[in-house]
Design a protein around this ligand. Structure first.
Ligand SMILES: [Ca+2]
Ligand SMILES: [Ca+2]
Length: 360
């Protein structure tokens, strides 16, 4: 068994030969998926992510976009929250926006990198196969799905990231990952990249803090708008996948959706909309497609400037999903979910950012 795991990890390293380094697998000692020891002396080109430049994780096929330090406003105005809940506006539920504080100026002091897309099913598979990981949904054998026909959540057996209950390929965002399943991926990626000397000192791969996510989602815009492209949701046509007018064969569709089609009822491939779907930082699908786990615990009073480590079981989700209405597709909208709650519309995006001192 141990041998199998050793080979699967080494295989993963060898398979990433397109990266900008030369790796001899015999210099890495791996037991049960853990990189225990590594020698940098002769093995690797010392090429690291550099500030002001994007970084390419070739083995995953993921570009990490550089996000410079700066200031922005976290939260929303009362006017925006009223629009979000209005049946003629954002069509959200009134309660959803009560956890957004008035605009709070926040400084992002250090630059960081964030994935151009969310982690795809194909990327997550690399992690699963490297360390023989089993997700929460797979261990439980039963999880929750949302029935578009009855408009209700229900239990379902056998659903997981491998089989979410709708059609996906490996370019779609991974779903049915709990917060812990997402953190496990980040931990693996950090250790793998550190073993290659490709993580800047003091940085790590992890989930974004809520403020980091919101700052990146605004795309560098200094104007506070509902969406990264402005205040008019209809200018989102051709940019995002959410609860549009698309219908199943039996004509069922998401309720309270907008009246144009976006091409998908469930997930779309990441970056499906290309340039129009990317904000000014080049980030795709920040709004819609899948909710994105953040590092922070959920504070019902407000979003926080610094990552809030809380022992509560709720964690932040951001950006709305394929089944959401315009009110909850705003940059300021805050979602939350149980730490052990995999769902068919929850995924994640990683950052390469200042390491968090874990206090839990
Ligand atoms: Ca859609
Ligand atoms: Ca998203």
């Amino acid at each position: 068994m141990v041998l199998l795991l050793v080979f699967s990890v080494i295989g993963g390293l060898v398979a990433s030969a397109g990266d900008s380094y030369h790796q001899r697998s015999d210099q890495i000692q791996v037991v049960r998926g853990e990189v225990l020891e590594y020698k940098l002396a002769d093995c690797c080109d010392r090429i690291q992510p550099a500030a002001d430049k994007d970084w390419r994780l070739d083995s995953l096929g993921l570009t990490m976009k550089w996000i410079p330090p700066g200031d922005f406003f976290l939260g929303s105005t009362q006017e925006e929250r009223s629009w979000a809940a209005d049946p003629d506006g954002g069509k959200g539920e009134a309660a959803w926006a009560t956890d957004e504080s008035d605009p709070l100026e926040v400084r992002i002091a250090q630059g960081f990198w964030i994935g151009q897309t969310t982690i795809t099913r194909g990327m997550y598979r690399q992690f699963v196969e490297a360390v023989n990981y089993q997700t929460k949904a797979e261990k439980d054998g039963v999880s929750r799905i949302f029935n578009i026909r009855t408009n209700l959540w229900e239990d379902a057996t056998g659903v997981s990231w491998r089989n979410p209950g709708y059609v996906q390929n490996d370019d779609h965002p991974v779903v049915f990952v709990s917060w812990k399943d997402a953190m496990a991926f980040c931990d693996w990626l950090t250790r793998r990249e550190r073993a290659m000397n490709r993580v800047p000192v003091g940085y790590e791969y992890r989930l974004p803090g809520e403020a980091e996510w919101a700052y990146a989602a605004r795309g560098g815009s200094e104007t506070h708008t509902y969406f990264w492209w402005g205040d008019d949701f209809n200018e989102g046509k051709g940019r995002l996948n959410a609860a549009g007018a698309d219908q199943m064969a039996d004509e069922s569709r998401w309720i309270n959706g907008y009246d144009w089609e976006d091409g998908f009822i469930y997930t779309s491939p990441v970056d499906y909309y290309g340039a129009p779907g990317r904000n000014d930082y080049g980030l795709a699908d920040m709004l819609g497609n899948v909710w994105e786990w953040c590092y922070d615990g959920y504070d019902p009073a407000q979003a926080r400037a610094a990552i809030w480590q809380d022992d509560a079981k709720m964690r932040i989700l951001r950006g709305g999903s394929y089944m959401r209405t315009p009110g909850s597709l705003r940059v300021a909208n805050r979602g939350r979910g149980g730490i052990d709650g995999p769902r068919p519309h929850r995924g994640f995006r990683v950052v390469l950012a200042p390491a968090v001192e874990t206090s839990l």
